[in-house]
Ligand binder design. Structure first.
Ligand code: GLC
Length: 554
């Protein structure tokens, strides 16, 4: 559809300097991507088999959700051994094969590292339980005596992000109820004490273990966590975390000491770069109240990137989107970093559904808006992350039966919050019936979460064959992004637009316009678009719920 020869800019080349500043990374939620063994759970060999598909899509790299040995209480975000592969997902030899295949295809690989907490099955936590109060082993975590008669009340009033108190009481060796330990998430996820020098040293060892295996960087879980207020005092608003799931307890999150950790980790990455010239990437999951606070995590000697979640949480509204983009450009890009845009991940309701898909068929307003949002995100200056299945326009599975839900949030909120399972249903690859090619080789194999019948409409084989699919939109957007020098990092200039419409210019002449309303509006530039998220039947008109890109001398 585009009318201009691509420039020779090589953004996908493994040698591009500062490649991460405008990379597009695809998030692989391993247990739901592709199952090579027929046990209904995706695995590393499945990821390897899917790499050509991702190459064709045109992403620069992948982020793999945690695959380490884990009792899977929070699907791997409860890590029992940071330097191995859970047999559910394969083994280290399979990991090495995946790395080699990714390298051959020029796809970078990021691992998900979980430094805020581990699993209650981690040997150091078991040692702490056995060692008793006051021991060096307990100092690696946050153990404290309870309050009230017999210490039966938690040490403070903090809430867990997953609901309920942030403390659980242990039974001591003599069989009596004893101290409490802190877990900002599930009780099976005890928080590390980063004030203990052993914690930092252990993570240094873990990072080196994986960097030595050739990876390209880490996605850092809960990167505004790690340090808690040293006194662990009561919070003035103990309900806050439980109410919003935002990182709002200022005593538990965003403590100033965390920045020293990111400086250390950045130096470690640079040590590896100095050896071979290959830049390693640190991208943080940073939930902090303002873009200005966020920018402190991506200072030039800290994290390379941090997910900017405000785009994801903005309602489908031109003013809301403009405010989010402007703030990010001013407060984050303005400090010399680039913005890392996200519309979705494995913790969020799927975009098509979030933007208003009333039912499950995935072809209405929510889908049109999700397509428009995708093209908007790919036109913004900076980097972008795409969660698996978004390129298929998968809607949320909203009607999973209670007995298959596995999210600890569901359990800990007394079955009130059905938040995170519906976006984790295994991907449909082919065919008309579950398992839709997700599992291979075993007759009757069942995916770990049931796939609805209507997944057939979104299967990758159908998406690849239909040039009007989400998949082709993403692919064309990614291709243009990597060939047009106007896109990727840089600045943007807003154009005047009527209410409900946004338009901005990238470089001298690339215009991206989004019509947030449902009615057609005059396009801000004449001519036929280079690429559009929906039909643009007449030149000079931008239909409702559509984004379009033009190249036009302005
Ligand atoms: C992050 C992860 C989420 C996990 C939580 C605790 O928010 O994205 O899936 O449950 O951290 O590790």
């Amino acid at each position: 559809m585009h009318n201009r020869q691509p420039s020779q800019r090589q953004v996908n080349g493994l040698n591009k300097q500062h490649w991460w500043r405008d990379a597009v990374i695809y998030q692989v939620y391993v247990r739901s991507f592709l199952d090579s063994t027929g046990d209904g759970i995706g695995d590393l060999a499945g990821v390897r088999a899917g790499l050509p598909y991702l190459k064709k899509l045109g992403v620069d790299g992948i982020w793999l959700s945690p695959f380490y040995p884990s009792p899977q209480h929070d699907h791997g975000y409860d890590v029992a051994d940071y330097c191995d592969v859970d047999p559910l997902f394969g083994d280290l030899a399979e990991f090495d094969l995946l790395m080699a295949a990714a390298r051959r295809l020029g796809i970078r690989v990021l691992l998900d590292i979980v430094p805020n907490h581990c699993s209650s099955e981690h040997p150091w936590f078991r040692e702490a339980l056995a060692a008793g109060p006051g021991s060096a082993a307990r100092a690696r975590f946050h153990f404290a005596d309870g309050r009230g008669p017999d210490g039966a009340e938690p040490p403070n009033n903090w809430h867990s992000m997953f609901g309920g108190p942030a403390w659980s009481r242990v039974t001591e060796a003599d069989g009596r109820p004893g101290q409490w330990y802190l877990h900002m998430f599930a009780p099976e996820q005890p928080d590390w004490n980063w004030r203990d020098p052993g914690t930092g040293a252990e993570f240094d060892r873990i990072l080196r273990f994986w960097l030595d295996r050739g990876i390209d960087g880490f996605r850092i879980d809960v990167a505004a966590g790690l340090f808690k207020h040293p006194e662990l005092p009561d919070s003035d608003d103990p309900e806050a975390d439980a109410r919003t799931r935002d990182s709002v307890n200022p005593l538990a999150w965003n403590q100033p000491e965390v920045h020293a950790v990111w400086r250390d980790w950045r130096s470690l990455c640079e040590e590896y770069t100095a050896r071979d010239g290959r830049e390693r990437l640190l991208v943080g999951e940073v939930s902090v109240p303002t873009a200005r606070e966020h920018a402190r995590y991506v200072r030039s000697d800290e994290l390379h990137q941090a997910f900017f979640f405000d785009l994801l949480s903005a309602p489908w509204d031109a003013d809301a989107f403009r405010k989010v983009v402007s703030e990010a450009m001013q407060d984050i890009a303005g400090t010399g970093s680039t913005v890392t845009w996200v519309l979705n991940n494995h913790d969020q309701v799927r975009t098509v559904t979030r933007y208003g898909e009333p039912a499950t068929e995935g072809s209405g307003l929510g889908a049109a808006r999700a397509r428009a949002a995708a093209l908007l995100m790919l036109a913004l200056p900076g980097a972008a992350y795409v969660y698996q299945g978004e390129e298929l326009g998968l809607p949320e599975v909203v009607d999973l039966p209670d007995d298959v839900l596995t999210d600890p949030i569901f359990r800990r909120t007394g079955s009130r919050a059905r938040i995170r399972d519906g976006c984790r249903v295994p991907l449909p690859w082919s065919g008309q019936a579950s398992p839709f090619g997700f599992t291979s080789g075993v007759e009757g194999a069942k995916p770990w979460l049931p796939q609805p019948e209507w997944f057939a409409q979104h299967a990758t084989d159908r998406a690849l064959a239909d040039t009007r699919s989400f998949w082709h939109l993403y692919r064309e957007g990614l291709q243009l992004r990597s060939s047009l020098p106007q896109l990727g990092e840089g600045t943007l200039r807003w154009l005047d637009t009527p209410p409900g419409v946004l338009a901005f210019v990238r470089g001298d002449d690339l215009v991206c316009a989004v019509n947030f309303t449902t009615a057609p509006v005059p396009a801000p530039v004449p001519g036929t678009p280079l690429l559009a998220s929906g039909d643009c039947p007449a030149a000079g008109v931008l239909p409702g719920s559509t984004t379009a890109w033009w190249i036009n001398d302005l």
